[in-house]
Design a protein around this ligand. Structure first.
Ligand SMILES: Cc1cc2nc3c(=O)[nH]c(=O)nc-3n(C[C@H](O)[C@H](O)[C@H](O)COP(=O)(O)O)c2cc1C
Length: 263
């Protein structure tokens, strides 16, 4: 009798969780100085899902220089940091939003430890990151190489300096990927790349000159209209002839800002 009752309750629970037809979503993130934590919590809030922080047994502490020093030493020794167990089990979820700061152009090294320790087989993985200048594309490419059993979806990245703009951008991102209801701003294509005018050079300067490192000199640019302003896609030549693409948005009445560097 009790067995029958338990089976009925179990069946009802199974039906309740499956019948919603919704994915079970978990936000997993690493954050050394809390910027990615802010972004992770925003995504969690908008999705109303579970969240778990990736924590190192021995946390990376100190300023940029100290973190770099420890990380370089570990790299030379071929080590990645040991992690505390996650507070949630990845296997219990369908979709994992995986967040990290960009370190050296890719995901911060504790994420490498997570990929080493965790089976993401059959999961849909949505990367998100924060960075000083860029690294979304390169980190996603590395995830595709190193989490081959997972299906890697489109990612979202935001500069640390623009973290206050994240809530609106996250909403658009989640709607675009189908995780939230609503309408996405439909954007036209960028115009073809053409030589940069003096006015465009000035916009580039305003957007990029306050960044701590020189971002290079723009050679060509394309643009498109966005809500309340214009978005530019500059092709830039850096020191040593290295080419990059830099996205800049110039909203009416606001100082232009770059949103990411794609290297
Ligand atoms: C060790 C280290 C390496 C970094 N490397 C890069 C980089 O290659 N490119 C970049 O744009 N930002 C880089 N950054 C900046 C961080 O990605 C950025 O500050 C991020 O928002 C920090 O996130 P957190 O507060 O969640 O730790 C680096 C920061 C650290 C500490």
């Amino acid at each position: 009798m009790i067995k029958k009752l338990l089976l009925t309750v179990f069946a009802a629970l199974m039906f309740a969780s499956c019948s919603k037809g919704e994915d079970k979503i978990l936000v997993v993130y690493y954050s050394q100085s809390n910027t990615t934590k802010t972004l992770a919590e925003e995504i969690q809030k908008q999705l109303g899902c579970d969240i778990a922080a990736i924590e190192c047994l021995q946390p990376y502490e100190g300023d940029f220089g100290q973190v770099i020093q420890r990380w370089q030493k570990e790299q030379q020794e071929g080590r990645t940091p040991e992690l505390k167990p996650l507070s949630k089990k990845v296997k219990d979820y369908d979709v994992i939003f995986l967040g990290y700061p960009i370190w050296g152009g890719t995901y911060a090294i504790p994420v490498a430890s997570l990929l080493r320790d965790t089976d993401f087989g059959g999961k849909r993985l949505v990367p998100f990151c924060t960075f000083g200048s860029g690294g979304l594309n390169t980190s996603v490419a590395d995830l595709q190489k190193n989490a081959q059993n997972a299906q890697i979806l489109e990612g979202y990245g935001v500069r640390q300096a623009r973290i206050a703009k994240a809530p609106q951008e996250v909403e658009q991102f989640l709607i675009k990927l189908g995780f939230k209801k609503g309408t996405v701003e439909q954007l036209p294509d960028f115009s073809a790349q053409a030589e940069v005018t003096d006015a465009e050079k000035d916009i580039f300067q305003q957007a990029c000159s306050s960044y701590q490192m020189p971002l290079g000199t723009p050679s060509t640019v394309g643009s498109r209209q966005i809500k309340g302003g214009t978005e530019y896609l500059f092709t830039v030549e850096g020191m040593g002839g290295q080419k990059s693409q830099i996205y800049v948005i110039a909203k009416d009445g606001e100082t232009p800002e770059f949103t990411q560097v794609v290297r």
